[in-house]
Design a binder for this molecule. Structure first.
Ligand code: ZN
Length: 83
């Protein structure tokens, strides 16, 4: 699933140093799927999960978000998609 993207034309993505991800900052290990207000910060207006470079979360918490979002969707706390 994880492929190396070898695009050498665009290599100006700066690491945001000194800015940890939202959940690391708050020392929050898990993300509650019932906490839809928080989850909604990490989905687009069409309820798609934001990519990591937009949300600024670390890979660990990005995964946790993905799980939380999927759970929340399953329980109809947030819609799957909006048309
Ligand atoms: Zn994190």
């Amino acid at each position: 699933m994880e492929s190396n993207n070898n695009n050498n034309k665009e290599k100006r993505q700066q690491r945001r140093r000194g800015k940890p991800c939202y959940f690391c900052k708050n020392k929050q290990e898990t993300i509650d799927y019932k906490d839809i207000f928080r989850i909604k910060k990490f989905v687009s207006e069409r309820f798609k999960i934001l990519p990591r470079r937009m949300s600024g979360t670390c890979s660990k918490h990005q995964r946790a978000i993905a799980i939380a979002v999927k759970r929340a969707r399953h329980l109809a706390l947030i819609p799957f998609t909006v048309d």
